[in-house]
Design a protein around this ligand. Sequence first.
Ligand code: 5GP
Length: 203
Amino acid sequence: MAKGVLLIISGPSGSGKGTIVEQLVSELGYCVSISATTRNPRPNEKDGIHYFFKTKEEFEKMIDNGELLEHAAFCGNYYGTPKKYVEEQLESGKNIILEIEVQGALQVKKKYNDAVLIFTMPPTLTELRRRLEFRGTETKEVIDARINRAEEELEFLPDYDYIVINDTVDEAVKDVDCIVKAERMKCSRNPELKNKFKGVVNK
Ligand code: 5GP
């Protein structure tokens, strides 16, 4: 059986990547990795569902024990991907999504050369600010820091395989699903098919 696709979705907060991922999971059956973070939970967030919320000491212990596939500091907090769950999903042929920022994405690409990196953007940076302000979960300082970080992250666009502009979520979800379908059809991901077809007709 072909291994699943390790799909990395990055993009500024407010690019709508969280909503895209939610829809890929709820409507199209994708698996998503739950990250560990030292950031405080937002009012609607639950431990073990949105993130595994950790103290700095707990997080550093996970790093020391080699439990993380990648980790990075982002706007003053640690974020990281627990390794075991991701490996299990890939081995069982499932596509798995990591919704992570650029430093982590590049670490994963070094370990998994066939990981597929998608960068999501809203149609404009003005729209990005509007979405962050509308969400109302961050202070003005945090919103400013995240907009600055968005501009910095754009520098890494050439390291990504695809960009998906999130104008409407439904279209963006379809775009991501098409990318994954095409990736799964790559010859390099299906070496066993050569033997399946070879020599069958003349027997
Ligand atoms: P937020 O605080 O808005 O939930 O996430 C901030 C940033 O951290 C987002 O860009 C999000 O994709 C990223 N992020 C979430 N989980 C991880 C992770 O496990 N590793 C890395 N490197 N980034 C993450």
